[in-house]
Write a protein that binds this ligand. Sequence first.
Ligand code: ATP
Length: 239
Amino acid sequence: MLLEVEGLCVNYGHIEAIRDISFGVEEGTIATLIGANGAGKTTTLKTLSGLRKVRAGTVKFEGKDITALPPYERVKLGISQSPEGRGIFPGMTVTENLDMGAYVRTDRKSAAYREDVERVFTLFPRMEERRTQVAGTMSGGEQQMLAIGRALMARPRLLLLDEPSMGLAPMLIQQIFGIITEINQQGTTVLLVEQNAAQALKRAHTAHILETGEIVRSGTGAELAGDDSVKAAYLGGDV
Ligand code: ATP
């Protein structure tokens, strides 16, 4: 397992946002956590990035206990997050935002670095067209793509994506999920947190349903997508 989460509990004061969750992410796969508003999806990802402290439990990356590591040390190990609500630097250009994503790297003058910028531009041709545009003036979908591109600039082994489809038009949602699958096929392991359960289950190798801070169901994406109670609760009865 690339990532192993065991008995994780996270609180905000007295509120138990995450209660005793355990799951693993196999190297090379897409795993997804789906759930309604307030289920604890963002809290889980923030905890994996090192932005929230755990009350109990452990997080292991490649077998190493990283529960107490600060965020930048996790980025160095290969864990990179594209946050909910995009979180790009609005006053900087597209290129400057991509450079910020690579802040832990020491090879910014190298050919490998330029190749990674090219890789982001190949995945997101719109970013290349807009390389000198100030990020805050881009559309919501473009900002979402930039946020994912920026996370890729750290060369992650594990990419954490918080609701990449949020607020996007249906066509753009298809496109973003297609790109996520492509990123995975190029060798990056992905943990995807989503309210768009239909798309997430379609793309994911493994899936977990989070309800009020607890994992209530786990299976392959296809198993959960085909399950009647999952369909009724998360897929609007269709799919
Ligand atoms: P959404 O899809 O709406 O973003 P989510 O599944 O990502 O929801 P979280 O944002 O992780 O859910 O929230 C989990 C629980 O923790 C919720 O009950 C929420 O109100 C609470 N919570 C989140 N952030 C804070 C905070 N800073 N202070 C207090 N409670 C918080």
